[in-house]
Design a protein around this ligand. Structure first.
Ligand SMILES: Cc1cc2nc3c(=O)[nH]c(=O)nc-3n(C[C@H](O)[C@H](O)[C@H](O)COP(=O)(O)OP(=O)(O)OC[C@H]3O[C@@H](n4cnc5c(N)ncnc54)[C@H](O)[C@@H]3O)c2cc1C
Length: 430
């Protein structure tokens, strides 16, 4: 029997697990996943109120990715994974995939009207839509609906248009809003009127926990922080926890900021990759008094750089609990302690939303320092993505599926990981 082609995948987030899935479906490959955390899922992270990882159990709170949106082909790869692993979803099966935006006047409302109590429900939701004091509901969709070409340079549009389903995103120098989340809170949490936003019953992290169950222990190395990768024409040496192993190829699925630290590369290469910058996103899980809605949004904090540090978004996942998830950004150039961030969040809640954190000593803080990779306009104009593709992608025995190379949503990460792995197979299995 011919020897298997050995591939190390670094990082068990959505893009790494998706790439690994493609490779291990091909019997010519043998895949080993390295993950520095004790759990899989990366920025999909679902926890119980005490902070323990749900690992596929129901009832958790999302402190990372919240919701799965998108439609049409952008969602195909993720939908396939969801079906393959029989992952329970709330709305996936009975929702129309043709539209996920739900607002007064849309055809979905017409459908809603035809249901029992439809008129009543429509009236209620319409009032709610009009009267929301926090979210600026009536304006926000216009901003988000700006076409890609209005918001991005042609290079980014051409890069991301196949994975971004027409909604807008934040400007480059802004922290990235998560449109999925905004839509979720603005339109989709309306009881029986809810429309095709797909929530995963076992949490977004549960998707990856479920998939991870199909790995043998020696194929999925948790608590393995990769500290060095050395590549040569003969193969790739991966070092984690002081142990070095040999592979034929490597898939880098950590953010580029992490890859720069462990990859053997010239100073010039490192400088080039370091141009990809990331926002510092923070989630605080805590008891909150006074959140009267499932989701409220402090719109000002999203749109103005000088409001960074204020709570951008908060939500209660369960109507009968007062635990909230608060999302905010570290202001640029600041490095607040957790205690300061909690104070900041509490102040922001009080000032903007008439709400407050119940017991600050019990609030849990999660840092996402490598959220949403972005480049300066000058680097975009200079053709950074094309240079990356020409110089690094699938060169030197390495496939990159790092976040920063794809749009920061679960489905985009899955799509990119899947497609690039298929490309890699063609080259590596010649
Ligand atoms: C607060 C927040 C809210 C979000 N909301 C949404 C949402 O509502 N909808 C949506 O679609 N998306 C959302 N996202 C984005 C989504 O989570 C990302 O698109 C996705 O997780 C990116 O996948 P990835 O595999 O590329 O990277 P990551 O998820 O970052 O995974 C990378 C993995 O690499 C591991 N790693 C890093 N360094 C090493 C090392 N040296 N050795 C070994 N392993 C290493 C990490 O531990 C991690 O597991 C959100 C993200 C955050 C943080």
């Amino acid at each position: 029997m011919p020897q298997k082609i050995k591939v190390a995948v670094i990082g068990a987030g959505p893009s790494g697990l998706s790439a690994a899935e493609v490779l291990r479906e091909d019997s010519r490959f043998e895949v080993t996943l390295y993950e520095k955390n004790s759990w899989v899922g990366g920025k999909c992270h679902t926890v119980f109120p005490d902070g323990t990882v749900t690992n596929g159990q129901k009832g958790g709170y999302e402190v990372g990715a919240v919701a799965i949106t998108s439609k049409s082909s952008g969602y195909n790869e993720l939908r396939e994974l969801i079906c393959k692993y029989d992952i329970p979803t709330s709305r996936f099966k009975d929702s129309s995939r043709s539209s996920f935006v739900f607002k007064p006047g849309s055809p979905n409302y017409v459908k809603a009207l035809l249901k029992p109590n439809g008129l009543l429900a429509y009236g209620f939701e319409y009032l709610r839509y009009r009267r929301s004091k926090h979210a600026g509901y009536t304006n926000r969709p216009k901003v988000l609906n700006k076409s890609l070409s209005e918001r991005y340079s042609p290079e980014v549009v051409s890069r991301f248009s196949h994975v971004v389903q027409g909604f807008g995103y934040a400007e480059f120098e802004d922290p990235a809003l998560t449109p999925a989340v905004l839509y979720y809170h603005q339109y989709l949490e309306f009881g029986h009127l809810s429309l095709p936003l797909h929530t995963i019953d076992i949490g977004t992290q549960g998707i990856w926990a479920r998939i991870a169950e199909s790995y043998e222990a020696e194929q999925l190395l948790l608590n393995h922080d990769v500290t060095s990768i050395k590549r040569s024409p003969k193969g790739v040496k991966v070092t984690a926890n002081h142990i070095t192993k040999d592979y034929d190829y490597v898939v880098v699925s950590t953010p580029l900021s992490a890859a720069v630290r462990y990859l053997d590369q010239s100073a010039d290469d490192a400088a080039f990759m370091s141009k990809m910058r990331y926002n510092h996103y923070v989630t605080i899980l805590c008891e909150v008094d006074g959140l009267d809605a499932i989701g409220t949004l402090n719109r000002g904090a999203c749109e103005q750089n000088d409001l960074l540090g204020e709570v951008m978004l908060n939500y209660k996942r369960f109507k009968d609990s007062n635990i909230g998830c608060l999302y905010l950004y570290q202001p640029k150039g600041k490095n607040y302690s957790d205690k300061e961030l909690i104070e900041l969040a509490d102040k922001s809640l009080r000032n903007n939303l008439d709400a407050s954190i119940v017991d600050k000593s019990k609030a849990l803080v999660y840092h996402w320092k490598d959220y949403f990779g972005h480049l300066s306009q000058a680097d975009l104009d200079d053709g950074w993505y094309n240079k990356f593709e020409d110089t690094y992608q699938l060169k030197n025995r390495t496939l990159f599926v790092s976040s920063g190379l794809h749009f920061e949503t679960i489905n985009a990460s899955v799509q990119y990981g899947t497609r690039e792995a298929l490309r890699a197979i063609k080259q590596w299995a010649q």
